[in-house]
Design a protein around this ligand. Structure first.
Ligand code: SAM
Length: 438
């Protein structure tokens, strides 16, 4: 390699102005252009100018791609800078020309850092590394890298030391990050699934509320839950005889076993029957009335998880539940995904009946808006608040180390704010059952 890097200076003409003026589209295209060229994206930052125009940078393992747009002229200036020879920046050029619908483009390639003009410095390069500095007791952090989960209007960013695991499975992109604030974090297709720092909220609430309300669960089914947290909590209930867990993606299980040991700790438990398969198919093929409890610990209603938010699937769950059986699902955030939230509660009520469907909330800092919900639907079994058994709950809580769940949280979780009540359109009296002072 005679030069350190390749720098292509690009001008795109007669591009589609609304593309050039959309910060979301520009960022998507610039990230895709980097990946198309074989680059590894580390970080991105994009800004929309008022009244128009976008500027932004994609930092890649192999250097950076940068852009500034003038939508009013249909013009974009782009810098494609790559180091090493694993990435071909011209592939980014071709991708962007098409993505911006440019009528034509001009580009100049400059070779940067001619080796014969450079003298290697007598310098202890290793001293530059973070780890090296940690050895002499004064950690120095120079890597300021952030993971960001965002939608059009909301974003959550977590600083991290780097990626511990990255695999594109048949279903999704499976990644584990080493975050500073929440420990190791599992993401699927760029969405936070769980972190070591706050997973207990989700896993304790999705299991102990139904388990301690039902009180006699012998056979439970988990759909999804590949990180193992729901199985771990379920297996704390010694009366359970069998837990079947149907997870579609073996890469999630592999990543969790390697980098989330505290969460995946029970994935080898004798009582756990772990099946790598599509939960929709498994439930469809299961016999009637075969489970006391079905927990749908799924991803959001996209990709492999989409079918887990359908009437057909919920009707199959209803069919395989025993007469006093309970279905609990992660039912998204009433703040973040209101459309899905309303639709699934309407569907639960249609299948289980108004009086048998309840919504409860918990607060998970690394989930969008922090406010998350769970649905509790019973096939004619117990009411999660009216039939609350204080002594059963107390003896379980005293016998186990729990970080979130307790008798008060159990009942309070069903006390819904007005805007949530309106969305789930449940019988408001449902809330009135919580005894005053509880
Ligand atoms: N707590 C997380 C949340 O609320 O977003 C869910 C965690 S858990 C890791 C979700 C799991 O559901 C993933 O491992 C995913 O592979 C699995 N999954 C998605 N669709 C599935 C399907 N159709 N059948 C079985 N598992 C599925």
């Amino acid at each position: 390699m005679s030069t350190l890097g390749r720098h292509i200076i690009v001008e795109f003409y007669n591009c589609q102005p609304d593309i050039l003026n959309s910060v979301v589209l520009i960022e998507e295209h610039m990230e895709a252009a980097a990946k198309t060229a074989g680059a590894t994206v580390i970080n991105t930052t994009f800004h929309h100018f008022s009244p128009y125009g976008v500027s932004g940078v994609v930092v890649i393992q192999e250097s950076h791609l940068a852009i500034h747009t003038w939508p009013e002229y249909g013009y974009a200036s782009v810098d494609l800078f790559t180091c090493g020879d694993t990435v071909d920046p011209w592939q980014s050029y071709n991708y962007l020309k098409k993505a911006f619908k440019a009528s034509h483009g001009s580009a100049v390639e400059m070779r940067r850092g001619e080796m014969n003009l450079l003298n290697k410095q007598e310098y202890d390069v290793a001293a530059l590394r973070d780890e090296k500095s940690a050895e002499n007791g004064t950690p120095k952090r120079t890597r300021d890298i952030w993971f960001t989960e965002r939608d059009e209007h909301i974003a959550l960013s977590l600083k991290h030391h780097g990626k511990l695991y990255e695999e594109q499975s048949d279903f999704q992109k499976v990644e584990v990050y080493e975050t500073l604030a929440y420990g190791n974090m599992l993401t699927l297709d760029g969405l936070v699934m769980c972190t070591e720092g706050d997973e207990y909220v989700y896993h304790e609430m999705i299991t102990h509320v139904p388990m301690l309300t039902h009180g006699q669960v012998k056979k439970a089914l988990i759909i999804g839950g590949g990180d193992g947290g729901t199985a771990r909590e379920l297996l704390k209930h010694s009366d359970v005889e069998e837990v079947v867990m149907v997870e579609i993606d073996s890469k999630v299980v592999e990543a969790s076993k390697r980098f989330l040991p505290g969460i995946s700790s029970e994935l080898e438990n004798q009582k756990l029957n772990l099946i790598i398969d599509d939960g929709i198919k498994y439930v469809r093929e299961s016999v009637d009335e075969s489970f006391d409890l079905v927990i749908v610990d799924s991803t959001d209603p996209i990709g492999p998880g989409e079918g887990l938010f359908t009437e057909a699937f919920y009707r199959d769950v209803y069919r395989i539940l025993k007469p006093s059986g309970v279905m609990v699902t992660q039912s998204e955030s009433p703040r973040f995904n209101q459309k899905v939230f309303k639709e699934i509660y309407a569907c639960y009520r249609k299948i289980f009946g108004d009086a048998n469907v309840h919504c409860y909330l918990a607060y998970i800092p690394t989930y969008p808006t922090g406010m998350w919900s769970f649905s509790y639907s019973t096939k004619g079994g117990k009411h999660p608040v009216k039939d609350f058994d204080n002594s059963r709950v107390l003896s379980f809580v005293e016998a186990n180390t729990l970080n979130y769940y307790n008798p008060h949280i159990h009942k309070a979780a069903f006390a819904l704010p007005n805007f949530v009540q309106e969305m789930v359109a449940l019988n408001p009296a449902d809330n009135a059952e919580i005894p005053a002072g509880d």
